[in-house]
Ligand binder design. Structure first.
Ligand code: SF4
Length: 447
C-alpha cells in the first residue's frame, strides 16, 4: 500500500475495459501522478476512488457498476471519502448514472479525461455531486506521456478515436463519436516516446485500424503509417489489431508482407458469416468475400495467425444460420477466437429488431462454438510441439519460470508461452523449443 503524504490525497484507481480505455486510464494516471497525488490499486486504502469504466455491453456495465458499488460501500464504511466514475459509462448514461447508483460524487465523460486531476481536487472540496460531460464527438486526444499499466516492453498505440461504421449491434459510435484519425506526427512522436522508454512491441489499436487516414484524405493511411513506424530503430514487433475485414486491401497485405516488423498475426473481427445476418448487422461483408480474404491472406503472409471475434444469437439467427457459422469456423481454422452472446443494447438498431433469440439458446450456441474452437486451438498447439519459437519474455517468477509470447500471441487476450527454464529478463527476446501444451498455453524451453 502507498504511504500517505502530507496534504496529499491517495487516489485508488480502477482501470476497466478494452485497450482503448486502458490508454485513457494510463493517461489519467499520469495526470494524477503529475498533480502530486499518490496512487494505489486498492480502493479500500484510498481517499478518492476513480473508476474508469466501459459501457459497451451488459457484462461490461455490470462489472463497472460492481466496482462502483464496492467503492461506495468503502465510502459508507468511512475508509473512502469520494467516488468518481469516468469513461464510457458516464459518457453513455450521463446524469442517469446518479439515479442508477447512489453515492457517486462526480461523473466524468471522455472529453474531460485530461482534466481529471483538477476534477479530483474540486470533488475533494465539494459537497455536491457534479457532472463533467462534453458532447461526443470530442477532440482527438494526445496520448503521450502516459503512466503505463502494461510492462514497459510493450504498449498499445491508439491511432484514432471513434467509428464511422453503423454496425446495428454496436454502441461505440454513440459513445465515442465519429472516426477521427490522430495526426501522423503525433502518433510517430508517441511511438518514439514509448520505444525510447523500452517498448519493443507496439500494438496498434483503434475501433477500426483499416480506416486510418480517411478523414485526413490519405488513400492508404494504415500502410503509410506502418511504413513510417517501421523506421523506429529499436522497435521489433508491430501488431495490427481490429482490422475491419471489408477494408483489408492488396496494398495493406503487400505492406505487411514486405515489412520486417509487422508480425504475421492479424486480428480481424468478422462477427458472423451468414449473409442475411451480416446484412442485418449492417456489415458490408459476405460469406464469399470473407472466405476469399482468408484464402488470400494465408499464402501471402507465411506463418500468418488469424484472430477473430464472433457474435452468436443475433436477432433472427436460426439454427441453420448458426450451423453455417459453425461450419465456417471449422473451415477457417482461426488461431484464436473470442465469442460473445448478442446483448440487446438500448439505442442500437438491433435492440429494436423482432425475433430476439432466447438467452438459453444464445448460451448453448456460445458453448458449442467455443468447444469447436477449443478443438482447433488445441490441435494447432499440439502441432507446434518440437518447433522453435522466438519468445518475448513478459515476466519471470522466483523459480525461473517465465511467461512470454511468440509473435502469434497478442498481449492480454491470447494464450501464453510458459518458459520452464527462463534465464532472461522481461523485455528480452529468447529462442525456445515447444515441449508441450497446457490448456491453451504452450510449454517451451529456452535453448
Ligand atoms: S466497426 Fe462496427 S462493431 Fe466495430 S466499433 Fe465500429 S460500429 Fe462498432
Amino acid at each position: 500500500m502507498a504511504k500517505k503524504k502530507q496534504n496529499s490525497a491517495i487516489i485508488g484507481f480502477v482501470a476497466l475495459g478494452c485497450p482503448k480505455n486502458i490508454i485513457d486510464s494510463e493517461k489519467m494516471l499520469a495526470e494524477i501522478a503529475q498533480a502530486g497525488f499518490l496512487i494505489t490499486a486498492e480502493p479500500e486504502n484510498a481517499d478518492v476512488v476513480v473508476i474508469n469504466t466501459c459501457g459497451f455491453i451488459a457484462p461490461a456495465k455490470a462489472e463497472a457498476l460492481e466496482a462502483v458499488k464496492h467503492a461506495v460501500d468503502c465510502k459508507l464504511n468511512g475508509t473512502v471519502k469520494k467516488v468518481i466514475v469516468t469513461g464510457c459509462l458516464p459518457q453513455r448514461l450521463g446524469r442517469q448514472l446518479f439515479e442508477q447508483t447512489d453515492g457517486i460524487d462526480a461523473i466524468v465523460g471522455l472529453g474531460q479525461r485530461d482534466n481529471i486531476a483538477q476534477i479530483i481536487e474540486k470533488t475533494i472540496h465539494s459537497s455536491q455531486p457534479a457532472a463533467y460531460l462534453t458532447q461526443s464527438p470530442h477532440a482527438i486526444s494526445d496520448d503521450r506521456a502516459r503512466l503505463l499499466i502494461s510492462p514497459r516492453h510493450w504498449a498499445y498505440l491508439r491511432i484514432s478515436e471513434g467509428c464511422n461504421h453503423k454496425c446495428s449491434f454496436c454502441t461505440i459510435p454513440a459513445i465515442r463519436g465519429s472516426f477521427r484519425s490522430k495526426p501522423e506526427k503525433l502518433i510517430l512522436a508517441e511511438a518514439a516516446e514509448l520505444v525510447s522508454a523500452g517498448a519493443v512491441e507496439l500494438n496498434i489499436i483503434a475501433q477500426d485500424t483499416t480506416y486510418y487516414g480517411r478523414d485526413l484524405k490519405m488513400e492508404n493511411g494504415l500502410s503509410e503509417l506502418v511504413r513510417k513506424l517501421e523506421q523506429i530503430a529499436e522497435l521489433v514487433w508491430i501488431r495490427l489489431m481490429y482490422l475491419y475485414p471489408a477494408e483489408i486491401n492488396d496494398q495493406l497485405i503487400e505492406t505487411i508482407a514486405e515489412s520486417k516488423k509487422v508480425v504475421h498475426y492479424l486480428d480481424i473481427p468478422i462477427q458472423h458469416i451468414n449473409n442475411e445476418i451480416l446484412k442485418a448487422m449492417h456489415r458490408p461483408d459476405t460469406k464469399d468475400r470473407l472466405q476469399r480474404l482468408i484464402e488470400n491472406l494465408r499464402p501471402r503472409l507465411p506463418g500468418c495467425l488469424l484472430r477473430t471475434t464472433i457474435i452468436v444469437g443475433f436477432p433472427s439467427e436460426t439454427d441453420r444460420q448458426f450451423n453455417e457459422l459453425l461450419n465456417f469456423i471449422e473451415w477457417a481454422q482461426f488461431d484464436a477466437l473470442g465469442c460473445f452472446k448478442f446483448y440487446l443494447e438500448s439505442g442500437t438498431g438491433a435492440a429494436e429488431m423482432p425475433a430476439q433469440v432466447p438467452d438459453q439458446v444464445k448460451q448453448q450456441r456460445l458453448e458449442e462454438l467455443m468447444l469447436t474452437q477449443q478443438k482447433i486451438a488445441f490441435a494447432k498447439n499440439k502441432n507446434r510441439i518440437g518447433s522453435k519459437l522466438t519468445c518475448l519474455v513478459d515476466s519471470v517468477d522466483n523459480e525461473g519460470t517465465g511467461r512470454g509470447r511468440f509473435y502469434g500471441q497478442a498481449p492480454d487476450i491470447d494464450s501464453l508461452c510458459i518458459i520452464t527454464n527462463c534465464s532472461a529478463s522481461p523485455g528480452q527476446f529468447i529462442d525456445t523449443k515447444v515441449v508441450g501444451t497446457k490448456d491453451y498455453d504452450l510449454l517451451v524451453e529456452q535453448i
